[in-house]
Design a protein around this ligand. Structure first.
Ligand code: SAT
Ligand code: MN
Length: 594
């Protein structure tokens, strides 16, 4: 027996169908009230699902440990289930929808016996904004409820927004036995439905995040004329008070959160520059009436990578985790019940339990490399005053970037929108711990959306070209690479706050009176004098080195892109991109140029 919070027939049917299948003992509707959340936290502490941290040092903060086989997204168990296989594209794994529903139903059948089923009404984006989408997530995990309550806008207002007839994304999650062999993350874009079974790790189970806000939303965006992207959004305030906004796409664990919350170098702060964070992971982008692109962050919190986060690398993110935060798979300091991860401080304090809960003896890492914090956005000292804007922020620039030890310069600019789409489509990056599998392997990751595009990648590129045609004032498009290495394998560019120096150049290239640049075979590169390296431990020669474009390397890169287009994406690639590829090849082979 339960009290439904809505009269929406479709919602009630969805909840009933899930309950009949999974047979929970109890159903609880999440209304988002402080009281209900408090109760759930104390229940989770009692059951051991959460460990309460030091109330004085980390008020209202908790530690959660996942199963050791369940620590990252699982791309090879993530499926796009379209009626026609071809529509999912070759970059995605595909399952026949009928088969997928059947498979998941059999796995989830009776799996909530003896458990509670929670119904989470949530909104991606500010409730009521034209950008926003409502979802209903069913789950048997309190951890999921509490994380969704941080990452999204949860509660009755979402159901009120739906009214009696509104439509929503059906999100079903059942933890089952966390059996890795029966783990499936299934998307049915044509039914606006997501099913996740046998996992309890963030990206696989917080279904508002990658599953809805990227895979399903990218499909909705294609049909409705907007973009759902794996992008941070930041605002830059200039000394004269003017503000400009940038969206930037990087693969998981490549520094989106750090860039979004960057603290400029001292000399910039003194001149009055300021960075504010609108979002650190996902951007929903629409063409405004003014012919510009406008972006919102559909999330309400940060699910950030813990290792490497410290006072110097990301002061703002660290501050954001000081209250109301759930930590996942970090190490526990048993002396004072605080948390630790590699890079938080130089030395690991004594009396630590590692991420699995065992005494840490110094072998391996104390925190899992993909350990995370789930922190409310309002906690972030540099959160933008536009964070809750219903109309979003106008974009002056879009940045693509990845981890590349060689080839790709520190920054370069596309010659046109189409060329920018080409650059995004041709991105490669070294893999990280954010997904299961080997790390450090160079792979293609177009627009950082390889794991997240909910439909055919060729159609996705075509959609970008189509959006460009509607723009009167398209943002300038850039590519950055903070990760170029020297002959000894050391990073040449220091990154973090110093990335402000590149942001400054990027914004000087936008607007009505852009500064000059060098034209190279791949696009426009800064004149070395135009990157401010004052008060920085970087020689002019090192700067020239990371701005250099090696034609021979780019001939190989172009061949690689051509191969990727033909062999992996396979079809539906717009002609505009092939034209850019041909131009790149011509430019590189023309020895007189550049
Ligand atoms: O685990 S998540 O997918 O939510 C984070 C990420 O990989 O970007
Ligand atoms: Mn991400």
């Amino acid at each position: 027996v339960y009290m439904a919070l809505t009269k929406n027939k479709e919602v009630l049917e969805f909840v009933n169908t899930c309950a009949e299948l999974t047979q929970p003992d109890k159903i609880i509707w999440i209304d988002g009230s402080a009281n209900q959340i408090k109760q759930l936290k104390s229940e989770a502490v009692k059951s051991g699902e959460l460990i309460k941290l030091n109330e004085h040092l980390l008020p209202d903060c908790y530690l959660h440990r996942t199963a050791v086989n369940d620590v990252a997204r699982v791309e090879d168990r993530t499926f796009i289930c379209t009626a026609n296989k071809e529509d999912a594209g070759n970059v995605n794994f595909w399952l026949d929808p009928k088969l997928a529903y059947h498979l998941a139903s059999e796995i989830a059948r009776a799996s909530m016996k003896g458990r509670t089923m929670y119904v989470i009404p949530f909104s991606m984006g500010v409730v009521g904004s034209e950008f926003s989408k409502i979802g209903i997530e069913i789950t048997d995990s309190i951890y999921v409820v509490l994380n969704m309550n941080i990452m999204t806008r949860v509660g009755k207002s979402c159901l009120d927004r739906l009214g009696k007839t509104g439509s929503f994304t059906k999100c079903f999650h059942a933890k089952c036995n966390v059996d890795a062999d029966k783990r499936y993350i299934l998307h049915f874009p044509e039914d606006n439905t997501i099913i996740s079974v046998n996992s309890a790790y963030g990206g696989n189970v917080l279904l508002g995040k990658k599953c809805l806000a990227l895979r399903i939303a990218s499909y909705l965006g294609k049909n409705e004329g907007w973009l759902a992207e794996h992008m941070l959004i930041l605002g830059v305030t200039f000394p004269d008070g003017e503000k400009k906004y940038i969206a930037a796409a990087f693969p998981s664990a490549c520094g989106k959160t750090n860039l979004a919350m960057l603290i400029p170098p001292k000399s910039y702060l003194e001149r009055g520059y300021k960075i504010e964070c609108v979002g650190d992971d996902i951007a929903w982008i629409r063409v405004g009436e003014d012919g510009r692109l406008w972006a919102v962050n559909p999330e309400n919190g940060f699910f950030g990578v813990a290792p490497g986060t410290n006072e110097r690398s990301n002061f703002n993110a660290l501050q954001a985790t000081k209250r109301g935060t759930i930590f996942t798979n970090v190490a526990l300091n048993t002396d004072d019940m605080t948390v630790w991860w590699e890079g938080l401080s130089e030395h690991c304090p004594p009396n630590m339990l590692d991420w699995t809960g065992k005494p840490y003896d110094g072998s391996g890492t104390a925190a899992h490399p993909n350990s995370r914090f789930t922190a409310p956005a309002v906690n972030c000292p540099c959160v933008s005053p536009d964070f809750n804007s219903e109309t979003g922020v106008p974009l002056s620039a879009i940045i693509f970037g990845g981890r590349r030890a060689t080839t790709t310069p520190l920054v370069y600019q596309a010659k046109s929108w189409e060329h920018g789409v080409f650059i995004g489509s041709a991105m490669s990056s070294e893999t990280t711990a954010a997904a299961s599998g080997q790390t450090g392997v160079l792979r293609h990751d177009p627009m950082a959306m390889k794991p997240f595009a909910g439909y055919h990648m060729g159609d996705y590129f075509a959609h970008w070209i189509e959006i460009g045609k509607q723009l009167k004032k398209p943002p300038e498009i850039f590519n950055v690479n903070w990760f170029r290495q020297d002959a000894d394998g050391k990073f040449i560019w220091p990154g973090f706050g110093d990335n402000m120096r590149v942001i400054e150049w990027i914004l000087k290239r936008c607007g009505d009176n852009p500064i000059g640049a060098e034209e190279t075979p791949i696009g426009f590169v800064p004149k070395p004098d135009d990157i401010n390296i004052e008060d920085m431990n970087l020689s002019v020669d090192a700067l020239k080195e990371i701005l250099s474009v090696d034609k021979d390397k780019w001939i190989k890169e172009a061949e690689e892109i051509e191969k990727y287009y033909a062999e992996t994406i396979g079809s539906r690639i717009p002609d505009e991109l092939y034209a850019c590829l041909e131009e790149l090849k011509r430019n590189c082979k023309n020895k007189k140029e550049g």
